[in-house]
Design a protein around this ligand. Structure first.
Ligand code: AMP
Length: 183
């Protein structure tokens, strides 16, 4: 099974992706986590990504596409849940080419929806504990704006193939809503 989970920063997509990965035995591919590991290793990709991430901007599409092309090819025989990718229309087009070349397709696309004010409150709370360099208030606001400008258009791109989930509620409630839609 190939799942894709989308939603603005703070919607809880990482939390839900982990739960779904466990339940359906999928590899959880969080591009944010992968990039943070690359930064820790000071790899070439990590060094390229760091400045963009710290400012809350997107890492260039070609970096992500190259990284995901090799990762998805390696994992072609496994179920995966994509969390945080694609984040732009060119990434979505690139992803469909990658899956086409592997003779595969996305089974379900989940979009978690949460009101913008709730998101900012959640992220400011998370910032107190996370120690993430991109969890300052200024960067949080920038990440929401980047989402609206570059990532939200994916909702139109995927249109009727998306399952929209209300992300306001407890973790269990949101999981339950998602599971009601997954065959
Ligand atoms: P996340 O952990 O998903 O919130 O991602 C943290 C940061 O990693 C984002 O603000 C971006 O700078 C970068 N990032 C993660 N995924 C992508 C992507 N698909 N395209 C571009 N940048 C990304």
């Amino acid at each position: 099974m190939k799942l894709l989970i989308m939603g603005p920063p703070g919607a809880g997509k990482g939390t839900q992706a982990k739960i779904l990965a466990k339940k359906f035995n999928l590899v959880h591919l969080s591009t944010g986590d992968i990039l943070r590991k690359e930064i820790d290793k000071s790899s070439e990709v990590g060094l390229k990504a760091q400045t963009y991430m710290n400012a809350g901007n997107l890492v260039p599409d070609e970096v992500l596409l190259e990284m995901m092309q090799s990762t998805l090819t390696e994992l072609k025989d496994s179920g995966v849940i994509l969390d945080g990718f694609p984040r732009t229309i060119p990434q979505a087009i690139g992803l469909s080419k990658i899956f086409q070349s592997l003779n595969q397709a996305i089974d379900s696309i989940i979009n978690i929806e949460v009101d913008k004010n709730v998101l900012i409150t959640r992220l400011v709370e998370r910032a107190k504990k996370s120690g993430r360099a991109d969890d300052t208030e200024e960067v949080i606001v920038n990440r929401q704006n980047v989402y609206l400008e570059l990532t939200a258009p994916l909702i139109e791109f995927y249109q009727s193939n998306i399952i929209h989930i209300d992300g306001d509620g407890s973790i269990d409630e949101v999981t339950e809503r998602i599971l009601n839609h997954i065959p």
